[in-house]
Structure formats: structure tokens, C-alpha cells
Design a protein around this ligand. Structure first.
Ligand code: HPA
Length: 274
């Protein structure tokens, strides 16, 4: 574990040599939402292969990179391509970049994802501010010896998603005259989509949307005291909600359709971030 912390510091030293400013916010881009980078300026892109100790991608066609640059007048870092547990990474690898951001001095984390809608009022294309999450099915990323330099053994999770940021994001959406939902995000490990019975169970637990990411990253960020905001793009209705089967292409397509609306909202949020 000490070794893991040393690796984080070594990676941070490498990044500091390539960028000369500390980003104010780190944004993790969800499936189909990676094009946000096109809206950034003065960018420095670092492919994951060039970053020491970064999880090595073996999946063909995986285009992972950190993009440092300006958005909405602020210097940020966007993570294009996240590490999902279902790809075979262990949790330490999944959350490595989040810990790296904190060590670089970034205290604000903006998580985005694609999610299936469980709440029947939702429609594909809706954006949902994450009020809280249900992570029963995620292996906890903090399992194992605690890294005391990063945070406490038993961190509180009463307010994972910052209330002030959530209200700020809702106001941004109003200024843009677009609708925004609020809801509870449930994590499932994937990569198979859920069964209709699993979705009914999650609905009973209070979930409004379901997805295969975000929760490990949010827990890790809160462990280190970062402020977290999360937005889900509802790309499809979850299994059994409609008489329809699910596929990944639909998720990617739906993400692309909301690209502009999403980029406009993200830019407004970055500008207004306190
Ligand atoms: N389930 C899980 N993850 C997802 C879904 C879904 O329906 N849609 C997008 N990501």
C-alpha cells in the first residue's frame, strides 16, 4: 500500500512537469460524453500510455487521455475515458486518477456518467443531478490498509454530493432554460445490464437511475475531502421499464444527442463553481 502512495506521488511529479498550473476542477467524462474536450481551449493532452503508473489499457479502441485546459474561463482537467470495474481493473486502479487529482491539488470533482432511467417520469436525453447514491454492490475502493495521508479509516458519507454545488448546478440549468432532474444513482458492477427484477429491487430501494461507474470515484473523493458534483445523462430506460431490450450503441448514441446541451450546462457550471 505504501508503494501505491509512492506511485501516486511519482505520477503527480510527472504531471507537474508537463502542466504548469493546478486545475481548479477535475471532470470525469461519461460514456458518449467525451466530446466536451472539443469545447476546451489551450489544451495539453496526455494519453494514458504516457503517464507512469497509470492503469495500462488493453482494450482495443480505448482512447484514454487527460486533457488540461480552459473551459468557461477556468483551468480544468478532463478525464476522457475512465477505468470501469467491469473491464477487469481492481478498485485501486479504478480510483487511481481521482487520488492523483487530489495530490495535484485539485479539490473539486465533477463526475458525469451515462445511466439507465428507473424513475418512470424520466426520458432518454434527460440530465439528472445526483443527490445521493446506492453503492451496496460496489466493492468498496477504500478496502485494505487505510492510506492515512489521504483520509480517515471510516469516512462519513452523509453528504457525498455537495448540496451547495447541487443548487448551483440547478440554477445554471435554469439560466440556460433547460430542465434538470434530481435523483438517486444506484451502482451495479456490469458489464451485463440489469434484469427487470433487479431494476424493480433498485426502485424499491429508492433509486432513480442506474449505472456502472461514479460510486467508487465519489467515495474515494469524499475520503480525501474533495467536493463532489455528479450528473447522469439518462441514455435509456432501465431493463423492464419499457418493453425493450438494451444495447450499448443506444447508450452511446443518446450521449451524442445531448452533447450540446450537456456541454453548455457543464460550461455554465464550471464558470459558476464557487
Ligand atoms: N444500466 C446500467 N448502466 C447503464 C445503463 C443501464 O441501463 N445505461 C447506461 N449505463
Amino acid at each position: 500500500m505504501d508503494n501505491y502512495y509512492d506511485k501516486l506521488k511519482e505520477t503527480a511529479d510527472y504531471i507537474r512537469q508537463r502542466i504548469h498550473r493546478t486545475p481548479y476542477i477535475a471532470i470525469v467524462l461519461g460514456s458518449g460524453l467525451g466530446n466536451l474536450a472539443n469545447y476546451m481551449s489551450n489544451t495539453i493532452e496526455i494519453p494514458y500510455e504516457e503517464i507512469p503508473n497509470f492503469p495500462r489499457t488493453t482494450v482495443v479502441g480505448h482512447d484514454g487521455r487527460l486533457i488540461f485546459g480552459e473551459l468557461g474561463g477556468r483551468y480544468i482537467v478532463a478525464m476522457k475515458g475512465r477505468f470501469h470495474y467491469y473491464e477487469g481493473w481492481n478498485m485501486e486502479e479504478v480510483v487511481f486518477p481521482i487520488r492523483l487529482f487530489k495530490i495535484l491539488g485539485v479539490n473539486n470533482l465533477f463526475l458525469t456518467n451515462a445511466a439507465g432511467g428507473i424513475n418512470t417520469q424520466f426520458r432518454p436525453g434527460d440530465l439528472m443531478l445526483i443527490k445521493d447514491h446506492i453503492g451496496f454492490f460496489a466493492e468498496n475502493p477504500l478496502r485494505g490498509a487505510n492510506i492515512d495521508e489521504l483520509g480517515p479509516r471510516f469516512p462519513d458519507m452523509s453528504h457525498v454530493y455537495d448540496r451547495e454545488l447541487l443548487e448551483m448546478a440547478a440554477e445554471c440549468s435554469m439560466r440556460l432554460r433547460s430542465d434538470i432532474r434530481r435523483g438517486i444513482y444506484a451502482y451495479t458492477k456490469g458489464p451485463s445490464f440489469e434484469t427487470p427484477s433487479e431494476i424493480r429491487a433498485l426502485k424499491y430501494f429508492g433509486a432513480d437511475a442506474v449505472g456502472m461507474s461514479t460510486v467508487p470515484e465519489a467515495i474515494t473523493a469524499r475520503h480525501m475531502g474533495m467536493k463532489v458534483l455528479g450528473i447522469s445523462c439518462i441514455t435509456n430506460m432501465a431493463a423492464g421499464v419499457l418493453e425493450k431490450t438494451l444495447n450499448h450503441e443506444e447508450v452511446i448514441e443518446a450521449g451524442k444527442k445531448v452533447e450540446r446541451k450537456f456541454a453548455a450546462l457543464v460550461t455554465e457550471i464550471v464558470k459558476s463553481w464557487p
